[in-house]
Design a protein around this ligand. Structure first.
Ligand code: CA
Length: 220
């Protein structure tokens, strides 16, 4: 899962980036509205955290431009404390949720999880595929109740697939959603991570669909 973070306060941005990365997300960031808009319009993200008070281009304008261009990705806006009119303007501009400053990292993470889940039509934070369970709250994976040790890349890959059970996901899509822009992307690494993940999961959990990509198979 890949998240775009648009926040001009460098201290807050660093805190949010660290918290999001710890929770297993790939994070791209911008410190002004123009760069944030450009990234959101041109790159693939699973969710956006958008501050409203931004230099160069304000957050509401960024959001309006994305929505006018038909971008449907989930957006969580950060608003000033007690500013109900900002919340209203943000939601009217196309925000999916809001969080007033100051907030706890745990609440932000919970809201981001919920946005990503809902975008895939999933109701529960507990994702299941046969004996395999992924708890999006703790970023833990278990198989028949036993913990499965995964690296952050393996976890991100599995989480992306488990949010889309039964759907074919291409290597390109995986590459776009698993790595931040500055990461040295190579589609061969996806095959390497799939191979590593397969060795830790029951056989045939991740099916290769020839010429198309991969699919998470739920056992009957
Ligand atoms: Ca700001």
């Amino acid at each position: 899962m890949r998240v775009l973070l648009v926040e001009d306060d460098s201290t807050l941005r660093a805190q949010l980036r660290a918290g999001l990365q710890d929770a297993g997300y790939a994070v791209d960031e911008a410190d002004n509205g123009r760069d944030g808009h450009h990234l959101g319009a041109g790159e693939a993200f699973d969710a956006v955290i958008l501050d409203l008070g931004l230099p160069v281009l304000d957050g509401i304008s960024v959001l309006k431009r994305w929505r006018e261009a038909g971008l449907t990705l989930p957006v969580l806006i950060l608003t000033a404390r007690d500013s109900w009119h900002e919340k209203v303007a943000g939601i009217d501009a196309g925000a999916d949720d809001y969080l007033a400053k100051p907030f706890h990292m745990e609440e932000l993470l919970a809201r981001v999880r919920a946005l990503i889940r809902r975008a895939q039509g999933l109701a529960s934070p507990l994702l299941q595929c046969g004996a395999l369970t992924l708890d999006t709250r703790s970023s833990r994976v278990t198989l028949n109740g036993q913990p499965v040790a995964l690296t952050s890349h393996e976890f991100r890959l599995l989480a992306y697939l488990m949010h889309r059970p039964g759907s074919v996901v291409s290597r390109t899509e995986l590459t776009e959603h698993l790595y931040a822009q500055d990461f040295d992307r190579d589609s061969n690494t996806i095959e390497v991570f799939v191979g590593r993940l397969r060795r830790k999961l029951p056989p045939d959990t991740i099916e290769t669909v020839r010429g198309m990509g991969y699919r998470l198979v739920t056992p009957p």
